[in-house]
Design a protein around this ligand. Structure first.
Ligand SMILES: [Ca+2]
Length: 359
């Protein structure tokens, strides 16, 4: 039935000149039949390709060649954090500002000013005024007379606004005090001396009269100045006479001499002293002037605070070759022990500014 209808149809396509179209139609029919199976073939081919790809191991599929020797695995899935530490630390390029962490040591910037700790020695700044250990009778001549003094020759009493009454000694004159019991606290004789001759020496010799009848006369100072015309204060160590009763004698040696304000004093309270020294003032700043044989020693031991790092002493060299020595005595009895140190100071020029010894 179908065949007859097809033949009927083919017949209808016969060309006008009566040629039989059958061979051409058969070729077309074969083409149509072939093309009708093309989608199926394509599907089969795709299936084969997919199967072929499926057969490749995953490691081979995800491998990407970066260079001749390095490979990297690339996941087909979205990455998820592994929880591992990052490959590089933060700021791995080290181009950021550094920041401190934690707490630095105390005073790490050394901005904290130093300062004293503990308690310094008694009268460490020497500002304590001298103490009269004993009164020298009429030592300042304020009786207006030579009461309590024994005279040699004929010295006179003079006066001025600054000193009140004072003794004036000329050629061959001497004055001797009454007896003075020197207490154990006494350190020195002090007196004001006027070098009153302006064109030559003014010179006085100072003696200590000691012994049962004051028969031992000891020269303790040659005190003189050339053409000075000025007053000064003198200090003579009296340590050798503690516990003794003595007299003081001032004997003119040259020129005209003024004597005033004779005292026996504890010049540096809190210290033991020896040698040649005196207390002076720089404005209101008191200091000790010490000659080559002079010593000042703190009388009482003092505790060095546990936080102390160094000690300081303000010094001044009065001459170009001034030197000093500091000793530390430690332990019971303050015997000079192994922890003593010495230092020397050479002033750049005479009377340079005061320096500070630290050690
Ligand atoms: Ca006087």
């Amino acid at each position: 039935m179908n065949k007859s209808r097809n033949e009927q149809g083919f017949r209808a396509l016969t060309d006008g000149d009566g040629n039989d179209p059958a061979p051409r139609l058969r070729r077309r029919t074969w083409l149509f039949r072939t093309l009708r199976f093309a989608p199926l073939a394509l599907a089969v081919a795709l299936a084969f390709l997919a199967n072929a790809l499926q057969a490749v191991p995953p490691s081979e599929r995800s491998r990407v060649l970066l260079d001749g020797s390095t490979t990297r695995l690339v996941s087909h899935n979205d990455p998820t954090p592994s929880g591992a530490d990052p490959l590089y630390p933060l700021n791995h390029t080290i181009d950021g500002k550094t920041e401190s962490v934690g707490t630095p040591p105390a005073n790490s910037g050394f901005e904290q000013a130093g300062g004293p700790v503990g308690t310094p020695p008694v009268n460490y700044d020497l500002q304590t005024a001298p103490i009269d250990s004993v009164t020298v009778p009429n030592g300042n001549f304020e009786t207006g007379t030579f009461a309590n003094w024994t005279l040699t020759g004929s010295p006179t009493i003079q006066s001025d606004q600054t000193r009140g009454y004072w003794a004036s000694l000329g050629s061959g004159h001497a004055i001797t005090s009454s007896a003075i019991a020197v207490p154990s606290s006494a350190q020195a004789i002090t007196y004001q001396v006027g070098y009153l001759t302006t064109n030559n020496y003014s010179w006085v010799k100072v003696y200590v009269l000691s012994g049962p009848t004051f028969g031992t006369s000891t020269l303790v100072k040659d005190d003189y100045c050339f053409a000075c015309g000025t007053w000064s204060t003198a200090t003579i160590d009296l340590g050798a006479y503690r516990g003794q009763t003595i007299k003081l004698k001032f004997a003119q040696y040259s020129g005209t001499i003024g004597i005033n304000d004779v005292k026996v004093q504890e010049v540096f309270p809190g210290y033991e002293v020896s040698g040649t020294y005196f207390r002076a003032l720089d404005g209101i700043d008191a200091y000790a002037w010490i000659y080559w044989d002079g010593w000042l020693t703190t009388a009482q031991p003092f505790a060095v605070h546990q936080d102390a790092q160094s000690g300081t002493v303000e010094m001044k060299g009065w001459t170009s070759n001034s030197q000093y020595q500091i000793q530390i005595a430690t332990g019971p009895g303050r015997i000079r022990g192994p922890r003593s140190f010495t230092a020397t100071l050479r002033a750049r020029t005479a009377q340079t500014a005061r320096g500070r010894h630290a050690g």
